[in-house]
Design a protein around this ligand. Structure first.
Ligand code: HEM
Length: 444
């Protein structure tokens, strides 16, 4: 919705003194996001942290692409430093350009194709386990196995190690929670870090695990006298300090695996619930792949499968919101935004905006097929962000997801027990809150 002139941003409920609207927000932030979006596509929310929730593609485009110099990572991104340090995701002004340039060669299409071959091997490992599940007919939580696909691919692309079957996914899941609670909830401020609560013990364990892995990788490369050509090698060869290498590796390890793993789980979940979409993927993989594995260079020949992934990313965007702070006053889609305002770009709310997505709750991959996207605002779909800080791992994530969904759909279907929908857990990423319990069935 474009507005003429400039008006103030609409106010959400003022809530209670001091804590503002924190109680209804934290009870169900996703439902709250949609309630605020119904009020307006820019709404001020007070929790007591105050921010403007943005679900207006024009405003999002201005923040990310048109006027990015005016928007810093800002206050809420400060909460990322504890787990990620000063890496590519948290760095601001021009500090991010060096690391981005250094690791970019690890994400070229050629490299992504190489890594997608690892996705084939990783999915074969899942298929072996699924043949046992199919034989047993038991209900099993398949989410950890799907997370392992991403752990293997990301581990090899980033630090040259297969991290499936290790504690990597667990360490990343804890970091996901810690970053969320220390940004938007401000919890660590309430409980000092020396108090051995379950939260702080888990946080320290996760940090130790990731630091231990990164230290070993750096020492091995130094001892071999050869940095290697994965992301770790590129960072080492770029002449960064050990701390810079370590912070950037931690950032990549945390940003890449959980997001991609959750997206795979959500796609398989939606295909299990929507037989028509599932059959369209099955038909496509049968015809195009004829029983063989996908060729990483020809994933473009799988538009149905890609659309099934994109539609899952729309309904369950792993990164469901991300913030910026305005340096100077600005006008966003006709609303005046004073200097210092924190804007929270709500991917979740934008992806469910009825103005851009008719019947927004319905899972319908057709939205991404046959030019259906042509008339849509480019920033109405932003699972990977946008502008110059667009996700560096987008190509790798999509290649991994399309490869895995295609291979799983060649042989198996998931049947979900009962009719209840899986609820969405929400930290920094969205995840199926009680895993993905399913019966694995061999396709007839
Ligand atoms: C489905 C999977 C993924 C999703 C949904 C996702 C989402 C996002 C989003 C929304 C941003 C923008 C954040 C902002 O502008 O504030 C981002 C940035 C980033 N992502 Fe991803 N991501 C995924 C996979 C990956 C992978 C596989 C990697 C690396 C292996 C990765 C590494 C990064 C990094 C380093 C940034 C910061 C880039 C910069 O600021 O220059 N992500 N991601």
């Amino acid at each position: 919705m474009n507005r003429e002139g400039t008006c103030p941003v609409a106010h959400g409920p003022r809530g209670l003194p001091v804590i503002g609207d924190a109680i209804p927000y934290f009870k169900d932030p996703l439902a709250y996001t949609l309630r605020m979006q119904e009020r307006d596509s820019l709404v001020t929310v007070r929790l007591p942290i105050t921010f403007v929730q943005v679900t207006e593609p024009d405003a999002i485009e201005r923040v990310l692409r048109v006027n990015p110099d005016n928007y810093r990572r800002g206050t809420l991104y400060q909460g990322f430093f504890g787990m990620m340090g000063s890496g590519l995701l948290t760095l601001d002004t021009d500090g991010w350009r060096g690391p981005r340039r250094a690791v970019q060669p690890a994400f070229t299409p050629q490299r992504v194709n190489g890594n997608a071959r690892e996705a084939v091997a990783a999915t074969r490992a899942v298929l072996r386990r699924w043949s046992e599940h199919a034989a047993s007919g038991a209900v099993v939580d398949v989410a950890p196995e799907l997370m392992d696909v991403s752990a293997r691919v990301m581990g090899l692309a980033l630090v040259g190690r297969d991290l499936s079957g290790t504690d990597y996914s667990r360490a990343a899941a804890i970091a996901n929670k810690v970053i969320y609670t220390s940004t938007i909830k401000g919890v660590p401020a309430l409980v000092p870090s020396f108090v051995p609560t379950r939260y702080h013990r888990a946080r320290k364990w996760s940090t130790r695990w990731l630091d231990g892995l990164i230290r070993q990788v750096i020492e091995e490369r130094r001892a071999a006298g050869e940095p290697g050509s994965d992301a770790a090698g590129l960072l080492l060869a770029a002449g960064l300090t050990d701390t810079e290498v370590s912070d950037n590796l931690r950032t990549l390890l945390l940003a890449g695996s959980d997001t991609t793993g959750q997206a795979l789980a959500w796609t398989m979940y939606e295909l299990a619930r929507h037989p028509q979409a599932r059959r369209a993927v099955e038909r496509e993989v049968d015809e195009v792949l004829a029983g063989g594995p996908p060729d990483p260079e020809r994933l473009g020949e799988l538009p149905q499968t890609t659309a099934a992934v994109n539609e899952a990313l729309r309904l369950h965007p792993p990164v469901w919101q991300f913030p910026r702070d305005a340096v100077e006053p600005d006008t966003l889609a006709g609303r005046h935004v004073p200097a210092g305002t924190t804007v929270l770009l709500s991917v979740y709310g934008t992806h469910r905006s009825p103005e851009h997505w008719p019947d927004p709750e319905a899972y319908d991959p057709q939205r991404f097929l046959n030019g259906a996207q042509d008339g849509r605002h480019k920033h109405a779909f932003l699972p990977f962000g946008g502008g110059r800080r667009m996700c560096i791992g987008k190509g790798l994530a999509m290649a991994t997801l399309v490869t895995a969904v295609a291979m799983l759909s060649q042989r198996y279907r998931l049947r979900l027990p009962g009719t209840r929908q899986v609820r969405s857990g929400h930290y920094i990423t969205l995840f199926p809150s009680s895993g993905l319990p399913a019966v694995v069935q061999e396709r007839a």
